[in-house]
Structures are given as C-alpha cells and as structure tokens.
Design a protein around this ligand. Sequence first.
Ligand code: PEP
Ligand code: MG
Length: 590
Amino acid sequence: MRKGIPVSPGVAVGTAYCIHEIFVDPDTKRLEDREVTAELEQYEAARDRAAADLAALRSKVGSQVGTKEAAIFGVHESILRDAAFTDKIRTWIAKDRLTAQAALHRLLNEYTSLFARTKDEYLRDRLNDVRDVVIRLNSHMAEVPRPHGKGSHPLRGPVIIVADEFLPSQVVALGDIDVKGIVTQTGSQTSHAAIIARSRGIPAVSGIQGILRHVNTGDTIVVDGRDGHVTINPDAETRSAFRKLEREFFLLKDELAANRDQAAVTVDGVKLELLANINGVADAKAAVAMGASGVGLFRTEYLYLTHPDIPDEEEQLTAYCDIIKAAPKHQVTIRTLDIGGDKTVPYLGHHHKEANPFMGWRSIRLSFEHPEFFTVQLRAILRAADYANSLGGSIRLMFPMITTLEEIHRVRQMVRRAERQLHEEKKAFSEIPIGMMLEVPAAAVSIDSLLHAVDFVSIGSNDLVQYLMAADRDNPKVSHLCQPLAPPVLRVLTQVVHACRTTEKPLTLCGEMAGQPRSFVLLLGMGLRSFSMSPAFIPSMKDLASHITTQQARDILNHALGLKTTARVKLYMRQQLRKIAPNLSLLDTE
Ligand code: PEP
Ligand code: MG
C-alpha cells in the first residue's frame, strides 16, 4: 500500500494500465530480413510527416506570434534532419534489426545518459528538444497502445491509469477508453490529472513517487480517493472490502444525481448558485447532466493545449459556440488563456524553463505580451457572446491572475479596441461583463481599490492558496502547506467575501475548494452564494446545502476562524460534516 495526495474522491478497484509503456517499453521483437526495408520506409515517411508538421507550425507561429517564438520549431526541424540522428536510427533498424520505435527509444536513452552528466543548462534544454522531436516522430509512427486493442496488452473492462503525469494530449489519445481511476507520480490537487479526474468524477490519487516501478499493466489496483491510499495486488479480503465501497460510491453518485432538477437551497431557504468548471464540450454536457445552473469557469487553455498550433478566430468562435450550445442555460463565463506555470504551450515561446514559472511569465502577463493573438481570442469571445444572446443565454469575460489596477485598465482598453474593430468590420458581437480572477494575494489585499473597475469577481482559490502559502500547488513535497483550510487562507477569503458583499459586487469562487464539503460549509458561512466546481461535485454540494442553515454555517466558520492550525480546522470540519451530512463521507477528501 502506498500513500499519495487524494485529488478526486471515491473508491475504484480495477486493472492497472501503465502509460509509461507508450514510451518506456517499446516492442522488443527483432525484425526479419524482409521487414527491414518496410521499416526504413515507415520511418522516412514518419520523418517527412513530422517535418511537415514543424514547418507548418513554424510559419503559423511566425506570422501570428513572432519569429522569436517560432524559432524553436526550426531547431526541432534541424534535429530531425540531423545526419547523426538519422544515421543512428537507420543503422539500428538495418543492422540491429530494431523496430523504428525501439530505435527511437534507444536513441533517447543514449542522449539522456550523455546529457545526464552535464550541468550546462543549455545542453539540458537541447535534450528536451530531442525528446520533443522523438515524441513527435513516435506519434507519427505509432498508435497509442489501447487496452482493448490488438496491442501488447489486450485488457478487458475499465482500467485504472497509472502514469507519471496525465496530460491533456494523453487524455485525448486515450479517447473513449473507460477509465475508472487515475494514479500519478507527480501532480497535486490542482494539476491537470486532478482537474480531469474530478471533472469526470473519477477517483484519483497523485504524487506517489516511483509507483510506476511497482505496478505493471494488468495488476489489480485499488485507488482510494478519500485518503490517498493506493493498494497494488491486494489480498482477496481487502479487494472485496474495497469493491463494496466502490459500489456504495457509485450508488451514492446515482442517488445524488437524482436531485439535478432541484434548486440549490439551504434549509433556511437561501438560494445558491452552483456552476460548473469546464474544459470542453464533454464537461459542458456533464454540467447539464449534473444540474449546474451555468458554467462559472471555462478554461480556454485546453483548446490551445490540445491544438497543434494557435487556433485562429474562426476556430475559436466555433469552439466557443459549441460550448455555449451545450452549456446549462447557455450561460458561460469564459476565461482568457491561462498558460504558464504547469501548463506550457511551446508555440507561445514556452520552451525555456523559468526559475519560478508560477511567479513568472504566465497567464494574463503572457497574453499582454502577445497582443495580436490575445486580440484574436477577445474578438472570438465577443462574437460568441452574440450567439449566446441569440439562444437566450449570456457570456461573461474573465481575466486570470489580475494583480494590479493597471492590468484591469489595460484589458478594458483591449476589449474596447476589439469591439471597435468588429464594429468597423460589421461583424456581429455583444458587449459583455468583464471580471477578474482573484488569485494573487496582492489583489486580495487591495480588493477595495480594484472592485470599482470590474463587473464581477471570481476567486481562483487554487492559485490564491499556493501564493498565500508560498507552496507550489503541484509539488507533493509542500502539499501539507498548500491547504485551502489553512487559517491564513480562511482569513483572507473572509475579507474578500466581505468586501464584495458590502459593495454588492457579484462574486463566485471557482477553485477546487468550492466542491469540497468542508470548504463549502466555511465559504457558505462567509456569505458566499455562488460556487463553481467540477460538474461531478454539484449533486453532492446541493445535497449538503439542503442539510444546513446559513446560521449554522456562520457559527461553524466563526469557530473555525478561532483555530490556529490547519490540522485543527480539518479535524473540526470533519466532525461537523459527520453531524451535518454523514452520507457524504465517501465523497470527502482528506
Ligand atoms: C484557480 O486558480 O483557482 C483556478 C480556478 O484556476 P486554475 O486552476 O485554472 O489555475
Ligand atoms: Mg488559477
């Protein structure tokens, strides 16, 4: 049994499917003489396709972002065309009878051990470039092994993914595979894997270092998303105990989902708004199925992360309209691109590692530096707003990581400019409310001087907590500090909610804590009435609301605010939750 960070609640028992095998375990068969020519041809064809990809990327990024940012693709092209690189692969295929993929794998290992000894940052970066190129080539040669397919591991039934990290591109590659649990070596509550798992209601545990060395595809594995335990090949007794919990988890989810058409109200009749955080159309549909009253956060970066290059205005418009069409009541708060930190997009100049990526060139800061492509996004959103109106819905525009008043002025100016352009071009658009995400402590401290400049506020507690506690949200080593129930976090949140309520500024919280029962009660006590969360959590938060009065929540908050350590707050909240809604304990995470 191993312990990690619980990132998505629930219990799952199933067959492990290790994703590192896509790369770490290539085909070990040796080619027959007659297969060599075909293999060489296959490699050359893949190389041509990869080169064409890179050339297209270089020209698109060059014209839309800048030649500096596009340069990296030139570097990748030259690696691809490098004589030493190609000669090695050809020789290994022809002489050693390796498959092209096995040859690529050997090449990567060779470079990795070569560069491992160097302290030179530049050379290390080049290793990353080689890795990028190899992955690109590999993707042109191989289909991702599929659990149900003909590949080396034909598995039946749903699987539990075990991976170093579960990236959006891998999620896309796995497509329709039935995933019932996720375990990752890196990551934390707010990493990609966690967000994806929660949005699909899949139990998940992150931050178990080295687990890929202990699990093989086909092993039975238990994921306990309540406390973060993962058990590999459990004995029969343990397995049946967890299977029982798993069944209860499914039943509970079904039972709760039955409340989808009811309003979210507390025992004393206070109406709450439960919105959904979504990353794409599938989540928008899940939001409807779970009874969300709208979308409180559409993370547009997934559009970019899963796209090989910058999506142009028409592509974005189509994507936004698809979301609007699918979203509950056609109401969507769209957040502009928020990359950097843990989410990188190479075509926006993100290949150079920063010393402090979360405090560096990310989010709105990056958008400001690329006004041409930022404007494209603003135009697409303004045009999508017109479509939302035609369906009787509405759009709100939200900017991430706002730190200063000047930034709000600047985004407003850019929105006005985009509106003027559209007006002159006679393209239909609608004016929309403009809001800020409050996720930087500086903005929380100076909230009084920012509120007048925005139409609404949404607290991004995932980032706010990491910045307040100076503890990286993706680093398992400091996850004990990066806690939404930490006393300083509760104090700051209480102040922000108070400031917004006093000025009647619409306020939502869209960080992960909105869907966690313990935090939900405290936020309710602070006076928050609008919560945006992974769709899977909406039924349980609605159920929780129906078990509590706002006065009870206020009393619990007041008591919690007097506690001096995170551990005490957690313990106290666990006790309170058991009293208020004992049925929800399966959905509570440590
Ligand atoms: C947040 O920071 O709380 C948030 C909702 O945004 P993200 O998790 O995408 O950074
Ligand atoms: Mg954020």
